[in-house]
Structures are given as structure tokens and as C-alpha cells.
Write a protein that binds this ligand. Structure first.
Ligand SMILES: Nc1ncnc2c1ncn2[C@@H]1O[C@H](COP(=O)(O)OP(=O)(O)O)[C@@H](O)[C@H]1O
Ligand SMILES: CC(=O)N[C@@H](CCC(=O)OP(=O)(O)O)C(=O)O
Length: 259
């Protein structure tokens, strides 16, 4: 682990959809000093656009079943609309950002997920992150903004969970930086009671996490999110936090992941 600090921040689709939350989040993101990377999701928007085009969306345990039509929608919505809108907003705040998907600079190389019980379609798991390319962008004082799309060695674009994109990038970058990973989503952290927003778990270790999965307190999109959080903390990322649009503010309520 290096001694330079790098912040990797993931913003989820539910926050992106709300212009007030998005703007306030970006204001805090802009205030953060030092090298930083932004990763965004956009699942809700993709579902809405697919619906308008007459395609039905199917999710299993927080992961989208991505057929050819959905992959086209995803490329347009994540790689186009959302990515470029966020980059434009950062430019308006005088932050030089550059939007990327996994194919750009050969930065996120993935493999299509094997069909076991479920065929996820055009969904990929990242096998390699081109960290040298990311570092070269950071060295130019630019902010890489990643959409949740990776690419196979054969040039096939694949839908990749945004939380996994963030954790894989954070893990790869932790070879040269002390890396801090932030997941900004709808809730203030991991809740013991979904009906009570004040039931935030301040520190979550792997034993408690497994218990909460078994008792189904953790479900839906929180399943891949926490899987990625523990992957990150066990593979060299220095700190992992979960919270809402205010997570980047000082003293924000959050969940901290511990081993
Ligand atoms: N125990 C839990 N605590 C908090 N959120 C949970 C929990 N279990 C399931 N969730 C759901 O997981 C969601 C976060 O996952 P996801 O929708 O993929 O986030 P995003 O798209 O913002 O990254 C929350 O908005 C909530 O609906
Ligand atoms: C494979 C898979 O599930 N990919 C996600 C990628 C987008 C994402 O992660 O968006 P949020 O952060 O808004 O949930 C999806 O298509 O929903």
C-alpha cells in the first residue's frame, strides 16, 4: 500500500436521479482534496428508459439480467447520458473530469459471467484494471468518472455492477495509494430495520454481516454492495464507508466496514 491517499467514490442511481441530492453530493465531492475517482450507477434510469422502449427489466439479488436489448439501453444510459451529464456538471464546478467506460484506455477488462443456475446475459466480472492508465489520468489532475460498463478482450461491452466497478478499481489502486472507498446511496448506511432510518449500524464486521444476510435483514442491492465492501477491505483497501448523499460531509452518519 502506498502512502499517497486516493479517494474512490461510488454514487448510486437513486441519488443521481434526484437533482438536489446530486448537486449537493457533487459540491462535497469537489471539496475533497487530493486525487479522486468517481464511479456511478444508474440502474433506475436504465429500467425507466427500457420500460419506455417496451422492454421489461428483471433483477436477481440486485443484479440485472442483461439481454442484447438491455445492453444497448445500458450503453446509452450509463456510458452516454449519465456519464456525460456528470462530467459536464463537474466541469461547471471547475473540476477537470473525463468520462470512461471499461473499453476506454482498455481500463476495465472483464469476462462474461458463466451460466450456472442463472444466465445473467451480457454481465461481466472484472478480471483486470489498467491502474497505470488511471494513475496517468490522476497525474494530469483530472478526475476519472467511470460508468458501470466493462469490456472483454474480444471487445464485447458488458454490464457490470457499479459497486463492483468501484471496489475493483479501489483494490487495484491500493497497490500504489492508501485507498479510501465511499459508497453513497439512498440510506444512511446499513440498517437493522429498513423501516427505521435511525437504525444505522456504525461498524459492520464479516461475522455480523453473514448473520444479517442469513436473517434476510440485508437484501436486494445491498447484497452485491456489501459483498464488494468486504472484498475491498480484505484485499488491501484502507477504509470502506457506506452512507447517503451526505456521506462526504464531516461527521456524516455512516456504516464503517471492518474485517
Ligand atoms: N439492511 C439494509 N440496509 C440498508 N439498505 C438495504 C438493506 N437491505 C436492503 N437494502 C436496500 O439496498 C439499497 C441499496 O442498494 P442499491 O439500490 O443497489 O443502491 P444504489 O443503486 O444506490 O447503489 C437500499 O436503498 C435499500 O433499498
Ligand atoms: C450487473 C448489474 O446489475 N449492473 C448494474 C449496473 C448499474 C448499477 O450498479 O447501478 P446502481 O448503482 O444505480 O445500482 C445494473 O444494471 O443495474
Amino acid at each position: 500500500m502506498g502512502n499517497k491517499i486516493l479517494k474512490v467514490v461510488k454514487i448510486g442511481g437513486k441519488l443521481i436521479e434526484n437533482p438536489v441530492f446530486l448537486n449537493s453530493f457533487l459540491e462535497d465531492f469537489v471539496e475533497m482534496r487530493g486525487p479522486k475517482i468517481l464511479v456511478h450507477g444508474g440502474g433506475n434510469k436504465a429500467t425507466a428508459v427500457a420500460g419506455k422502449l417496451g422492454f421489461e427489466t428483471k433483477m436477481i439479488d440486485g443484479r440485472r439480467i442483461t439481454d442484447k436489448d438491455s445492453m444497448e439501453v445500458i450503453t446509452m444510459v450509463y456510458g452516454g447520458l449519465i456519464n456525460k451529464s456528470i462530467v459536464a456538471k463537474l466541469q461547471s464546478k471547475k473540476q477537470n473530469a473525463i468520462g470512461l467506460c471499461g473499453a476506454d484506455g482498455n481500463v476495465l477488462i472483464s469476462k462474461r459471467r458463466e451460466v450456472k443456475e442463472i444466465d445473467y446475459g451480457f454481465v461481466g466480472d472484472i478480471e483486470k484494471v489498467n491502474s497505470g492508465f488511471i494513475e496517468s489520468i490522476l497525474n494530469q489532475n483530472m478526475i476519472p468518472v467511470f460508468s458501470a460498463i466493462s469490456c472483454t478482450e474480444d471487445g464485447v461491452l458488458l454490464n457490470t455492477n457499479g459497486d463492483s466497478v468501484a471496489s475493483e478499481i479501489a483494490i487495484a489502486m491500493s497497490k500504489s495509494f492508501e485507498t479510501q472507498l465511499y459508497y453513497c446511496s439512498e440510506k444512511k448506511g446499513v440498517l437493522t430495520d429498513m423501516e427505521n432510518d435511525r437504525s444505522v449500524i456504525s461498524e459492520l464486521n464479516s461475522t455480523y454481516y453473514k448473520e444479517l444476510v442469513e436473517t434476510k435483514v440485508i437484501k436486494d442491492g445491498m447484497l452485491p454492495k456489501l459483498h464488494n465492501c468486504f472484498e475491498a477491505i480484505n484485499k488491501g483497501v484502507a477504509t470502506v464507508f457506506l452512507g447517503d448523499s451526505e456521506l462526504l460531509k464531516k461527521n456524516a452518519i455512516h456504516t464503517k466496514i471492518v474485517k
